[in-house]
Design a protein around this ligand. Structure first.
Ligand SMILES: C[S@@+](CC[C@H](N)C(=O)[O-])C[C@H]1O[C@@H](n2cnc3c(N)ncnc32)[C@H](O)[C@@H]1O
Ligand code: SF4
Length: 295
C-alpha cells in the first residue's frame, strides 16, 4: 500500500488488498448504525478535489505506472458529489494510465444520491465495483441496528448500480440479530440475496468494535449457533449467479464458491462443520471472542 497522510483508522475490503487507496471522504455519511464502530471517532467530511489530485501528483511516475486498481475510502465514498467524483475519476485516468478499475464502499444513503444515469457515467470512467452492507434482510433486525433503511428500499437502491452494470459486493453479518431472531435473520437475508443476485456475497461474523450498546441488546450466539445460522443461510440461498465468500478474520468458517454451481458442496461443508461442532459441546457453547478495539 502506498502511504498518503491517511486519517486513521483506514479500512478496505479484503479483496482490495492490492489497490491504491485515496481517502476522498473522511468517515461515513450515515455513521448511526449501532453495531458498526468503524468511523465512530471521525466526523464526516468530503475532502477537496485539489488535495486528492495533489496526492496523485506527489507519486513518482514509476510508481504510478504500477497502479492497476484504486479503492476510494472512507465508509461510503460514493456519496462524493457527482461533479467532483467525475473530476477525480478523470484525474485518476490521467495520472494512472494502467488503471483498470476503481472501487468504493456504498452505504444506502450514498446510493440515494446517485441516479442510474449518473452511475452509468461513473462506470464509463472505471468505477466498476461497489461494496454494500446489507447486514440483514430482516426489517426488525435492521431497525434494531438503526441501519436507517428497510430491506425493500435497500433492494431498490442496489438495483441502480446493477442497472448501470456496476458490480456489487454485499455483506451480511452472522450473529447480528442474536438468538432472538437468528432464524428470521437467516431466512430474510438469504431471500434478499436470492432476489438481488449480486456478483458477490460475503458473510462476516459479529465482533466487538466500539459497539457495546448493540451487544447489550442481543443474546450473543455461541460458535455452534453461528455455524447453525450460516447453515440456515447457505441452504436457503438460491441466487442466479453469485460468488459466496466468507474469508474475514471474524469468521469461524471459511467458505468460497459460486451459486448455483457449488451450492450443494457449500451446504455439505457447513453441514459437516455443524455435525463436528455438535460432537464438541464445549466448543459449540463457547461465545466467539474476536474483537477490534485497539483504535
Ligand atoms: C464500510 S461498511 C460497508 C459499506 C457501507 N458503509 C454500508 O454500510 O453499506 C463495512 C461493513 O463491515 C461490516 N462490519 C462493520 N462492523 C462490524 C462488526 N462489528 N462486526 C461484523 N461486521 C461488521 C458491515 O457489514 C459493514 O457494512
Ligand atoms: S455500516 Fe456502513 S453506513 Fe453504517 S455506520 Fe458503518 S460504515 Fe456507516
Amino acid at each position: 500500500m502506498y502511504y498518503f497522510n491517511y486519517q486513521e483508522p483506514l479500512f478496505r475490503p479484503p479483496s482490495e488488498a492490492h489497490s491504491l487507496i485515496f481517502q476522498i471522504t473522511i468517515g461515513c455519511s450515515q455513521n448511526d448504525c449501532t453495531f458498526c464502530g468503524m468511523y465512530k471517532k471521525k466526523h464526516f467530511k468530503v475532502r477537496s478535489g485539489a488535495e486528492i489530485v495533489e496526492e496523485m501528483r506527489s507519486m513518482p511516475l514509476a510508481d504510478r505506472l504500477m497502479v492497476q486498481r484504486v479503492f476510494l475510502a472512507d465508509g461510503d465514498a460514493l456519496v462524493y458529489p457527482q461533479a467532483g467524483l467525475l473530476e477525480i475519476l478523470d484525474q485518476l485516468a490521467t495520472y494512472f494510465p494502467n488503471l483498470t478499475r476503481v472501487a468504493s464502499y456504498a452505504s444506502p444513503n450514498s446510493l440515494t444520491t446517485k441516479s442510474v444515469a449518473q452511475l452509468k457515467i461513473l462506470r464509463e470512467k472505471k468505477l466498476r465495483i461497489l461494496y454494500f452492507g446489507l447486514e440483514s434482510g430482516d426489517d426488525q433486525t435492521l431497525g434494531l441496528i438503526n441501519k436507517g433503511f428497510d430491506s425493500e428500499t435497500m433492494l431498490s437502491l442496489c438495483q441502480k448500480p446493477q442497472a448501470a452494470q456496476i458490480k456489487l459486493s454485499v455483506t451480511a453479518i452472522l450473529g447480528l440479530a442474536g438468538r432472538e431472531r437468528s432464524q428470521e435473520h437467516a431466512q430474510a437475508t438469504a431471500d434478499w440475496i436470492t432476489r438481488l443476485s449480486p456478483e458477490y456475497f460475503s458473510l462476516l461474523t459479529m465482533f466487538r468494535r466500539h459497539n457495546d450498546a448493540h451487544f447489550n441488546l442481543i443474546e450473543q450466539l455461541s460458535n455452534g449457533e453461528v455455524v447453525q445460522e450460516a447453515f440456515n443461510i447457505v441452504r436457503q440461498l438460491a441466487p442466479n449467479k453469485t460468488i459466496l465468500r466468507s474469508n474475514h478474520v471474524s469468521n469461524i468458517l471459511n467458505l468460497a464458491g459460486s451459486y448455483p454451481k457449488d451450492r450443494e458442496r457449500i451446504i455439505a461443508q457447513v453441514e459437516s462443520c455443524l455435525r463436528e461442532a455438535k460432537r464438541d459441546r464445549a466448543w459449540y457453547d463457547l461465545v466467539p471472542q474476536y474483537e477490534e478495539t485497539y483504535f
